[in-house]
Write a protein that binds this ligand. Structure first.
Ligand code: CAP
Ligand code: MG
Length: 471
């Protein structure tokens, strides 16, 4: 079988250490081998027909090779493709997007095309500098290196609409209630009702006051995302000059070049980078899509310090097994392949340091035990509704979140801790409690059923993976 006159199937091929490996799910109205060839061709050297300009060298050195197909039906399967190092512009991430995440989605014989994962060779990683502070740097600044407790934060709600003064008042209550971090929401930037600078100034004052009163370090994650790089840079300078420590960027929405520029500047200014992933799911959840893990890998290489990765227990998509994998991609240096999750392995070079995972979206104090069972303690737990929706308001809500975190560090289940902590008690009464065993049971199930899960995926294809992603 061939596509456009050439064959890209090479089942004997073993990817070398400098190859890029990409895992696709494909389904369409041609045989899976043909679909695989089409994708390999379109994303590397080929086109729909034989061309006179192709030569031996181009085909040998720059083409993609389909080295493995896990066939699910005649017309669908998982396709492993290796791309040679030389194929890529090694200083330009967008060229990777244009090839591997580009034209192929439009091929008309495809009815589904999902890029599950990409493994980057160590050589490619060298062009990036990774997180400036990362997990360890943030812990050092916040003084949590010893306790290793989860950081805990809130998103001021309502998302948009409060005035700067109302906003800073809410934030102050959250900080003195015991939270480490207060952040802007993804869609709050510089609207008329809450101008960025005015909000920032009041937040800086409130933060100072809260730090003095509590004796703890506090962070404000200020959203500077903008379609104008100049405006983002102005705000970044302003933050730096004020002595505050963190910028927030909607990283998916920004796109790679703007993100790289802003990360570079934030690093120079010694500012931490809070990365919000709003928008990623538009690609991650469909039949034609790109898995979040791929963006996450880029963002780790580019160098964010903390990133939303999902919770496994809150309001956003993704079950425990999938979110755990995203957590590993943030925190580990060596990640083994897990085919049944559609996930390739990865080894990071040293400078691509771990960053802090953020578990956010539908969180409340009753979910803290479960979140820690999933992520471990190296996690930032954020709750918006789960703080400001507390029956006694923001201050009590913040206390309840912090109590839940303190409880988990002391090894006391939240319901027990709540007997002597009334804010936590009220929160649990309102929102209930998720037993961390519901999470550990899932991991145990996974450990004991790897073969079964693999077989399920081999039989059901992407539907099997999607089912496992929601466990
Ligand atoms: C959470 C949040 C965050 C989500 C983003 C929201 O608010 O502020 O943006 O966490 O999702 O707007 O939904 P709540 P993710 O705590 O009130 O739910 O972290 O999955 O990227
Ligand atoms: Mg939000």
């Amino acid at each position: 079988m061939a596509y456009g006159g050439y064959s890209y199937l090479d089942k004997k091929y073993k990817p070398g250490k400098d190859d890029f490996v990409v895992l696709f799910w494909l389904e369409g109205h041609a045989k899976i081998e043909k679909l695989a060839e089409a994708v390999a061709s379109e994303s590397s050297v080929g086109t729909w027909t034989k061309i006179h300009t192709m030569n031996e060298k181009v085909f040998r050195e720059y083409r993609a090779r389909v080295y493995k197909i896990v066939k699910v039906t005649e017309n669908s399967g998982f396709v492993f493709v290796a791309y040679p190092w030389e194929h890529f512009d090694q200083k330009n991430v967008l060229q990777f997007y244009a090839g591997v995440l580009g034209n192929l989605f439009g091929l008309k014989e495809l009815e589904e095309c999902y890029v599950l994962d990409v493994k980057f060779p160590e050589k490619y990683q060298k062009q990036f500098s990774g997180p400036g502070a990362g997990l360890e740097g943030l812990r050092k600044y916040m003084g949590t290196k010893k306790t290793k407790r989860p950081h805990v934060g809130t998103i001021v709600k309502p998302k948009v609409g409060l005035t700067p003064k109302e906003f800073a008042d809410v934030a102050y209550k959250a900080w003195v209630g015991g939270l480490d971090l207060v952040k802007d929401d993804e869609n709050l930037i510089d609207q008329k009702f809450c101008p960025w600078k005015k909000r920032f100034d009041l937040m800086a004052k409130a933060l100072d006051k809260a730090e003095q009163e509590t004796g703890e370090r506090k962070l404000y994650s200020s959203n500077i995302t903008d379609s104008s790089i100049d405006r983002m840079l102005e705000r970044l300078d302003y933050i730096k000059d004020s002595g505050m420590k963190m910028v927030m960027l909607d990283v998916y929405i920004l796109g790679i070049p703007a993100l790289m520029k802003m990360v570079e500047e934030a690093k120079k200014a010694k500012l931490f980078i809070h990365a919000h992933r709003a928008g990623y799911a538009a690609h991650h959840r469909g039949n034609f899509g790109v898995n979040f893990a791929i963006y996450e890998r880029f963002w780790r290489m580019i160098g964010v310090d903390q990133l939303h990765i999902g919770t496994g227990v809150g309001k956003m998509e993704g079950g425990a097994l999938l979110i755990k994998r995203f957590h590993e991609l943030a925190e580990e240096y060596k990640i083994p392949e897990k085919f049944y999750l559609g996930s390739l392995g990865q080894t990071w070079i040293k400078k691509i340091k771990p960053f802090f995972s953020i578990a956010s979206g539908g969180m409340d104090p009753g979910k803290v035990d479960a979140a820690v069972a999933l992520h471990g303690q190296n996690v930032i737990i954020q709750a918006g509704g789960g703080v400001h929706g507390h029956p006694k308001g923001t201050l009590a809500g913040a206390k309840a979140m912090r109590q839940a975190v303190d409880a988990v560090v002391e090894g006391v289940p939240a319901p027990e801790y709540a007997r002597n902590h009334k804010e936590l008690e009220l929160a649990l009464r309102k929102w209930g409690y998720i037993d961390p065993n519901t999470i550990t049971t899932k991991f145990k199930f996974e450990r004991q059923n790897k073969r079964m899960l693999t077989n399920l995926v081999k039989k059901k294809g992407m539907a099997g993976i999607r089912a496992i992603w929601e466990i």
